[in-house]
Design a protein around this ligand. Structure first.
Ligand code: M6R
Length: 587
């Protein structure tokens, strides 16, 4: 249960079976509160547990999972959303079922109870699952059987097979301390686990074959080690992640994407790419859009998945869709991917979790190899996405002959140096910490960038707002004069991303306009910069690169560290910011 807390943490609970009795404990808040009310050393062999990210009903004791039936004999935990719960609740109320929570989940144990009157428990469970609309990963226990029942539709669920028994979870890192043998439970499967065996079926009740595979995720990768927070540890992992990606995809001077699974002819003649992603992954895709357009001579359309899935793009078999997601389980991106699939577009998942829904539903894969990311604020997964997508763009440009060999080689050598540059930036963390202290008093931030660093500005603002709760907006610097400049006065802080490149002089002018209106400017500049730095109130340096288009990979680190130290100064809960969850598996 602890291993899953990063997925939701506003309330939690568990139900454990001891002979035929089931005991229930739950609380509003985090797991450590639950620990204080639990008898240490309690022994049991069957149980279910849940950490919640509220969808229906406020975070409270009553709404915390597990939920139960009228007689408190059937207990259920659920991730996802039951869309038809109102109709089901009305039906059950007519049958005199009594409800105590505001959740959609509570209909599940009551439906099972209702159907158990005339059917075996498993039949009742299956019947219930078939009545549910929406998304769900469910597990249930009952006082009448020594077994655990589960079902999955559009919400992640995996099973670990350990020496001591079986464990169900939403995510692999939660169970790697116990086992590395994982069964990837497929959408539309239900199952039953008893003491020494498991069985799985489709929703019609027909048996399906499920086998365990070994995962390569190590326990070390999912612990904080000596770092104060997962976020900080993951920021410091970035030089290794980029070096790993480089040696995985680049062989001498050849880029190879073994799992891309796309016909070379298709890639050569490709006219349009669509990118779908959410949050930080969207910003990584936005950086890639600039790069792809610049070097591949290709039209690139990007949208956040929650919008993309409802738009009527002209999308067909000649188009390529890049579905970017750290977790591979983001409901909006999965929905956009499925929509694109219906229209026969080719899909490449850009993903960090092998075996996740996006990796299994895509035609091809760009594996981002960042290792488990636990901090809710995405850091190393972002740089891994940008790095892999820049490599992919170079690969495509090379195939399409839209760049020279000399340029290709130069870019590769720049990308090889990213890991070294990251180390240089991280050595400077103490000075970023000092700057963050000075800027922590501001109640509102603007992040400005131009060209390929406009997405960096969006990402910098997102990092700051999600962990420090300070309102922060990312803007293309050239757009300031069309409205946002009205915000500027001596009480505002503006972070200007100003590495050298074709738009450098433009952003210097933008900094001048801001200074003329007395806001405090923090500039992210290259080592040898003079102009932008001389105008700013503070500056953070990044190493110089020959090709400015790779600067988003460098700029990301100071922005992440800045957000981290500001949030730390303000005493915020960095790894688990309020109202958020790591995997957003509901729409
Ligand atoms: O797992 P995904 O990459 O699909 O997640 C997408 C977003 O929910 C995620 O990037 C979110 O914006 C992060 N918390 C940002 O730090």
């Amino acid at each position: 249960m602890c291993g899953l807390e990063y997925r939701g943490y506003d309330s939690c609970g568990f139900a454990i079976k001891d002979n035929s009795k089931i005991g229930l404990k739950k609380t509003k808040g985090k797991i450590n509160l639950l620990k204080t009310t639990t008898r240490p050393g309690a022994y049991f062999t069957l149980g279910i547990a849940h950490t919640r990210w509220a969808t229906h009903g406020v975070p409270s004791f009553i709404n915390a999972h597990p939920h139960h039936d009228c007689k408190k004999k059937i207990f259920v935990v659920h991730n996802g959303i039951i869309e038809n719960y109102r109709e089901l609740k009305a039906y059950l109320k007519k049958k005199h079922h009594r409800f105590c929570s505001d959740t959609d989940t509570e209909v599940i144990p009551h439906l099972i109870e209702e159907f158990s009157k005339r059917h075996s428990f498993f039949e009742a469970f299956l019947k219930t699952v078939n009545m549910l609309k929406g998304s769900f990963a469910i597990s249930a226990i009952t006082s009448s059987e020594d077994a655990l029942f589960f079902a999955r539709k559009d919400s992640p669920l995996i099973m670990g097979v350990a020496k001591e028994g079986f464990i169900l979870a939403s995510d692999i890192p939660a169970i790697t301390p116990f086992t590395k043998n994982i069964v990837h439970i497929k959408d539309g499967w239900v199952g039953r686990i008893s003491r020494d065996k498991f069985e799985m079926f489709n929703f019609k009740g027909k048996k399906v074959r499920a086998a365990a595979e070994k995962t390569d995720i190590s326990l070390g990768a999912a612990t904080k080690q000596h770092y104060a927070h997962f976020m900080l540890k993951e920021i410091y992992e970035q030089p290794h992640v980029c070096a790993r990606l480089y040696s995985f995809y680049v062989h001498n001077t050849r880029i190879e994407f073994k799992d891309l699974n796309m016909d070379i002819k298709f890639l050569k003649s490709l006219k349009r790419i669509f990118i779908f992603a959410c949050g930080t992954a969207y910003h990584a895709g936005f950086v890639a859009k600039y790069f792809l357009e610049k070097i591949c001579d290709i039209e690139v359309e990007i949208d956040v998945s929650s919008e993309a899935r409802y738009r009527r793009f002209k999308l067909g078999p000649d188009d390529l869709v890049l579905a970017i997601s750290q977790s591979g389980e983001t409901a909006d991106t999965i929905a956009a991917l499925r929509e694109a699939k219906k229209r026969k577009a080719k899909i490449v998942g850009v993903c960090n979790v092998l075996g996740s829904t996006i990796t299994t539903e895509s035609d091809g894969l760009i594996y981002t190899l960042a290792g488990p990311e636990i901090g809710v604020a995405s850091t190393k997964a972002y740089t891994a996405q940008v790095f892999s997508l820049l490599l992919f763009s170079l690969h495509l440009a090379y195939l399409r002959k839209s760049i020279s060999t000399a340029f290709f080689k130069q870019c590769l050598s720049e990308l090889r140096s990213v890991s070294k540059h990251h180390k240089t930036i991280l050595k400077n963390a103490a000075s970023i910490k000092k700057i963050a202290k000075r800027f922590s008093r501001f109640g509102c931030f603007l992040f400005l960038g131009r060209g390929i660093n406009y997405p960096s500005a969006l990402e910098g603002a997102l990092k700051l707002k999600e962990i420090s709760y300070i309102p922060a907006e990312g803007y293309p610097a050239g757009e300031m004069k069309h409205g946002p400049i009205a915000l500027i006065d001596e009480y505002r802080a503006v972070v200007c991303i100003a590495p050298r490149g074709e738009l450098y002089s433009k952003i210097v002018s933008n900094i001048q306009e801001i200074k003329a209106r007395k806001a405090k400017v923090l500039a992210i500049v290259e080592e040898k910069d003079r102009e932008a730095q001389s105008l700013a109130d503070a500056a953070i340096h990044i190493p110089s690169t020959k090709y400015s288009q790779i600067s988003p990979l460098l700029v990301a680190l100071p922005l992440q560290l800045f957000a981290y130290f500001v949030a730390k100064n303000l005493g915020c809960e960095i790894d688990q910011p309020r109202n958020l969850a790591k995997s957003v598996t509901v729409e």
